[in-house]
Design a protein around this ligand. Structure first.
Ligand code: TXD
Length: 310
């Protein structure tokens, strides 16, 4: 019996999610979108079915606007919401996306109460908080996808800057999905060699700045809409770890209840993603400087969450 993956939102990221989940044969896929867009999503689903012979994957891919069709989903990935336009901050999306995420949360709670849920919609740290609040799901069942994207960007920029393979760049980014996220150069290595022994302090500062502004850099190039290839793959990495019990340790927005001295906030931290969902949060012993940066991102997320009227 194949697993079932529900993609709530079949737009830019949703369509790539569907393609990647199919190519990886993670399960059958149901794309859910608003009635006005459901037919387009049905076209995308059919198009992906017609790609299967070349892609050599077996998956039943459908689209709907009826939550009954996501019944029993094992994984739910939520991209429903408005993306940024040039000049907008992620927080500018707060009020419009709170309404959408609250509606989505009610539908998921009713029809897929046991699903492992990966929230993508921005402002991410607030939207995963809202989804968790409205569903009342246990914390192991809900994560936000941002850190896996921010970490991929951090690693990609380092590889581009230093002319090395991305495969050998290891590191992580903590905190909120915003301009005060916390890349950790101290814990970043290239083939085991500490970043600080290969890159100059100026290069490291440039890499941190570019990672923090990576989303905005793409929004500016697009003018309307935001990144979709890298966010899609970053969400699939989490879904795959859950579905295959790969036990990856990935930076996700998880509900901290005491970890890092935080209580009741979703924030980007290293998480063990297993067949049980978000099984465990790993704490890193941060230096005083890293702690100060982490405090800054926590206060930004706290401020955005405090503005969520649900
Ligand atoms: O790292 C991250 N978390 C971010 C997330 C990285 C990039 C993009 N980030 C955010 O994801 C972005 O700011 C948006 O809030 C979401 C989705 O971005 P995407 O680029 O996929 O936006 P689209 O193409 O507008 O797709 C959104 C879809 C679209 O098809 C709408 O019709 C649908 O969401 N939508 C809904 N579906 C179901 N139910 C409701 N109520 C609904 N409202 C809109």
């Amino acid at each position: 019996m194949r697993k079932k993956i529900a993609l709530i939102g079949g737009g830019q990221i949703g369509q790539i999610l569907a393609m990647l989940a199919a190519q990886k044969e993670l399960g059958d896929i149901v794309i859910l979108d608003v009635p006005d867009y459901a037919k387009v999503c049905q076209g995308k689903a059919l198009d992906l079915m017609e790609m299967a012979p070349h892609g050599n994957y077996d998956a039943n891919i459908t689209a709907t606007s009826d939550y009954q069709d996501i019944a029993g989903a094992d994984v739910v990935i939520v991209t429903a919401g408005k993306p940024r336009e040039a000049g907008m901050t992620r927080e500018d999306l707060l009020n419009v996306n709170i309404k959408i995420i609250s509606e989505v949360a009610k539908g998921v709670k009713q029809y897929a109460p046991n699903a492992f849920c990966i929230i993508v919609t921005n402002p991410l740290d607030a939207m995963v908080y809202v989804f968790h609040k409205v569903t009342g799901f246990p914390k192991h069942q809900v994560v936000g996808m941002a850190g896996t994207l921010d970490t991929a960007r951090w690693r990609a920029f380092i590889a581009m800057e230093l002319g090395v393979s991305v495969a050998d760049v290891a590191g992580t980014v903590l905190g909120g999905h915003g301009p005060d996220m916390v890349p950790l150069p101290r814990l970043t290595t290239i083939g085991g060699v500490p970043l600080s022994e290969i890159a100059t302090p100026e290069q490291i500062e440039k890499l941190i700045a570019r990672t923090r502004e990576a989303g905005t850099e793409i929004v500016k190039l697009f003018g309307k809409g935001s990144a979709f290839f890298s966010p899609a793959w970053s969400a699939i990495v989490i879904a795959e770890s859950y579905l295959k019990d790969k036990r990856r340790v990935l930076p996700c927005a998880a509900l901290c209840e005491g970890e890092y001295g935080i209580n009741g906030l979703f924030i980007g931290v290293p998480c063990l993603i297993s067949g049980k969902g978000m099984e465990k949060i790993f704490e890193i012993k941060l230096t005083d400087e890293e702690k100060a940066q982490f405090e800054k991102t926590i206060s930004s997320v706290t401020k955005t969450v405090s503005e969520c009227q649900i």
